[in-house]
Design a binder for this molecule. Structure first.
Ligand SMILES: CC/C=C\C/C=C\C/C=C\C/C=C\C/C=C\C/C=C\CCC(=O)N[C@@H](Cc1ccccc1)C(=O)O
Ligand SMILES: [Zn+2]
Ligand SMILES: [Zn+2]
Length: 478
């Protein structure tokens, strides 16, 4: 199944083989990118010196990209970058590759090497951004640079959008690029962004790694709960303080999980495709979800990551109250970050939260919200999905299963729903649970070999997007 090239293709693709010198250059370029601390601290608070330096850095390490006549480069929102690669065949609908250049903060504590050193140890490059997401920024530009050096001229136009504030919402980068492209009347065949991986070891009874291409992503609701009480002397306290009332409210929210939505959304498709990859008896269970869904849905709840796939999650992330040891606190505030399952809406979650708290002394303030993203197509006709799948099969021939899934975090791609219905989140990298802990955590790292493979993937992907596609399953009818 899937799409494959027709016979009338570009005679022979450019092989994705890189010389020893190119391989050294590409890993050194990534290290240099890691050394620039492009940290986003909070919305509107960025390391602007580093972001500006990053712009100069990519000019230096990818000179061919910047001097190629059919590539237009624009800086958007001061520090984000938009590349328009004009293909030779205007009849083909363009696509877009996304990545972000900002990173979350990384205090030195707990790191084996300083987080902005980009040091190589035992075949791994360490540092903030090695997985999230300078690997993609650099691999996309690196693959394009190498194709251009080999005189490749793309047939299908594409855009590369590199946001500078994804880690704090994307309002200044992705949102502006999206508006700019919309104003230009651009409609995209599909988008590929970060957000999922080749997952290895996340489900115990699954024998082999599989590639999960996220076709939807969770929404979010940031809710501030507030309790106000008259302040006074702590020697004659009221029965309940604002802190006590609020603590009870957030505890109720934590103790009352949102409903399990197993069975709605793309997860069912994921499990159906994986069913035969489980060892006995799990394979029997996953092949008969109609019978075993109550059991599977409970099993999914056991681990934090799989729990996040089946429901809207509730995380109490901030709590502020109290001004002095002997003063009854006038106000207590807590912020709760809900990640909304694709089968629910912001309004539904807000109502559920109020129904759980049931205390009219607690006020609710919606700070920010974002609906879950629609599910992108993953059928035989879905060009973006099939190109990803085709490229996975070629670059990772050992991977048997490519399955659609849900991204549990949010990505810059959520700002581009005005331009396409095909949004796919996939990083061509193996990810194990300990690697996952490095993302936004400590000792984030990528192996040199994995980075080279990511470059190879994009190098092949760009060429695959230029081949005419048609469903293989229909070939016998012709
Ligand atoms: C049957 C399926 C089986 C197994 C799947 C199991 C597990 C899935 C495992 C891992 C998930 C893999 C990757 C997804 C997670 C995160 C990495 C990707 C992107 C991170 C992007 C990010 O952090 N975004 C921020 C955006 C944001 C910033 C500021 C305010 C709001 C949002 C975020 O979501 O917090
Ligand atoms: Zn990211
Ligand atoms: Zn991130």
């Amino acid at each position: 199944k899937g799409l494959r090239d027709t016979e009338h293709q570009r005679a022979s693709p450019i092989p994705s083989q890189f010389s020893q010198e190119e391989r050294v250059t590409m890993k050194e370029s990534l290290k240099g990118a890691i050394q620039i601390p492009t940290v986003s601290f909070s919305p509107g608070e960025f390391n602007t010196t580093a972001l500006a330096e990053f712009g100069e850095y990519i000019h230096k390490v990818f000179p061919t990209v910047f001097r190629t006549s059919f590539i237009q480069h624009e800086v958007v929102g001061e520090y984000s970058h938009l590349f328009t690669v004009q293909g030779s065949d205007p009849s083909l609908q363009p696509y877009m590759l996304l990545a972000h250049i900002d990173v979350v903060p990384a205090p030195d504590q707990g790191w084996e090497v300083p987080p902005f050193s980009g040091l190589e140890r035992d075949g791994f490059i360490y540092g903030r951004g090695t997985l999230d997401n300078k690997n993609s920024v650099m691999a996309i530009l690196q693959a394009l640079e190498l194709l251009l050096i080999r005189n490749y001229i793309p047939r299908r136009s594409f855009f590369i959008a590199l946001g500078h504030d994804e880690e704090v919402s994307g309002a200044h980068g992705a949102q502006k690029i999206s508006a700019l492209l919309q104003a230009r009347g651009v409609q995209l065949a599909f988008i590929v962004d970060e957000g999922s991986f080749i997952l290895d070891g996340f489900i115990p009874s699954l024998k082999k790694p599989f590639a999960m291409v996220s076709v939807s992503e969770k929404g979010s609701l940031d809710l501030m709960l507030e309790v106000n009480k008259t302040p006074g002397h702590s020697s004659a306290p009221p029965k309940e303080t604002s802190i006590g009332i609020l603590a009870a409210a957030v505890s109720r929210l934590e103790q009352t999980p949102m409903p399990n939505m197993f069975g709605s959304g793309p997860l069912k498709m994921t499990l159906q495709q994986l069913a035969n990859e489980f060892s006995f008896p799990a394979n029997v269970i996953f092949n008969n979800l109609w019978l075993f869904w109550p059991l599977v849905s409970r099993l999914m709840e056991r681990e934090d990551i799989t729990n996040a796939l089946v429901r809207t999650t509730t995380a109490v992330t901030m709590f502020n109250a109290g001004i002095k040891v002997n003063v009854i606190p006038p106000v207590a505030q807590a912020t709760v970050n809900f990640r909304i399952h694709p089968a629910q809406t912001v309004q539904e979650v807000l109502k559920l939260a109020k129904d759980i708290v049931v205390d009219d002394r607690v006020q609710f303030h919606v700070l920010e919200s974002f609906e879950p993203l629609p599910v992108s197509p993953s059928d035989d006709q879905a060009l973006g999905y099939q190109l990803i799948r085709q490229t996975i099969q070629s670059v990772f021939p050992e991977i048997n299963i490519v399955a659609p899934g849900i991204c549990i975090a949010q990505t810059d791609s959520r700002h581009y729903t005005n331009l396409t219905t095909g949004i796919y989140r996939f990083n061509p990298l193996y990810l194990q649970p300990q690697d996952f802990r490095g993302i936004h955590g400590i000792n984030e790292r990528i192996s040199v070999q994995a980075y080279e493979t990511q470059v190879k993937f994009i190098f092949e992907f760009i060429q695959n997007a230029d081949t005419e596609q048609r469903p293989v399953s229909h070939l016998h009818e012709l």
